[in-house]
Design a protein around this ligand. Sequence first.
Ligand code: GDP
Length: 174
Amino acid sequence: DMREEEVETAIKVVIVGNGAVGKSSMIQRYCKGIFTKDYKKTIGVDFLERQIEVNCEDVRLMLWDTAGQEEFDAITRAYYRGAQACVIAFSIVDRDSFEAIQDWKRKVEDEVGQIPTVFVQNKMDLADETLVAQKEVDDLVANSRLKLFKTSVKNNVCVDDVFKYLAEKYLEQL
Ligand code: GDP
């Protein structure tokens, strides 16, 4: 048998950000295609996966949900271990969540170093009620040189793009 053995690429992606910005919802949306208002977060180590094709290559994305709250710091350590890509999420109707994204970026870098990372500005369907000016976001993003995705997990806007981009970035650096 002369066929080369297919070695599939698997990427561990961690999704971080303050509580209630939509991290669990994003994982459910992307991996299961569902959005529920009252998705109950399981405490502990948990991930969902989805396989996509990037540049004719099969890539398996494993999306890990972090507990988010500092009280679970000991648990979240385990989430970061071996992370190969990262989503830093905030919600436009939660100012604190926006102000925390630099801290999240530092935290991830402290744990795993530099890995492909993006910012996600979620709940864009609530733009009428936004508590974050777009200019603030754009200024911060320009300084960090990371890409920003404006998503509505609820309406399934731009969610696929986030993970496709991360997979591409990951493959580029191999
Ligand atoms: P997590 O704590 O960051 O994992 O946040 P969750 O995924 O538990 O979401 C918190 C709440 O925000 C839930 O009620 C979700 O249904 C809601 N939510 C998540 N994404 C969106 C979105 O894009 N738009 C709106 N309107 N609500 C969202």
